[in-house]
Design a protein around this ligand. Sequence first.
Ligand code: UDP
Length: 192
Amino acid sequence: FETVNVLGLDFIKATQAEFLEQLKRDSQTKDDRFIVTANPEIVLAAKDDTAYAKTIRSADYITADGIGIIKGAKILGDPLPERVTGYDTLVALLAFANEHQKSVFFLGAKPAVLEKVLAKVKTSYPDLKIAGSCDGYFKDEAKVARQIEQARPDFVFVALGFPKQEFFIAKHRELAPAIWMGVGGSFDVLSG
Ligand code: UDP
């Protein structure tokens, strides 16, 4: 995709639908992918934290998950088509995984929230394979990383909040040729 630089980050010029088509193609390859759906909190945090900014810039796709970014791009004279949110992308990828019997690793959120998410996935997306899961309050990060590696998932959704989730993905993405995405509070929304 072409990109537009707003506040130091290169946002992809893609509609939600175009982005999903690309991710579906990516899921057929053996490469890992890292998605950041950058909401205003993430963008502001990256402005003040060079290590975090560098981590976000290492993503394959940065989407504009906030109307402020859309407005900013318009003011710069290089508009972005629309918001591409983390939650919408998550739900669309769950549907895709269900349709194509893809496997998903769910990492993050409180144990009770994660349980509800898994129960909901089992009923709403019965053909999706749950490759594994781990709540977001683990002690041994290396062990979690190994768990993901051994699960060989097609998708890894990481709900550790920012900046933790992006640091986690950037550090471990090479362990699984999956599509990795930080999903912030989306498990809480999905469980409700
Ligand atoms: N979270 C987690 N481990 C942590 C910190 C947060 O699993 O060490 C989870 C939290 O339970 C919630 C999600 O990350 O499900 C998002 O957290 P928060 O609302 O604090 O972050 P934001 O939505 O602002 O990114």
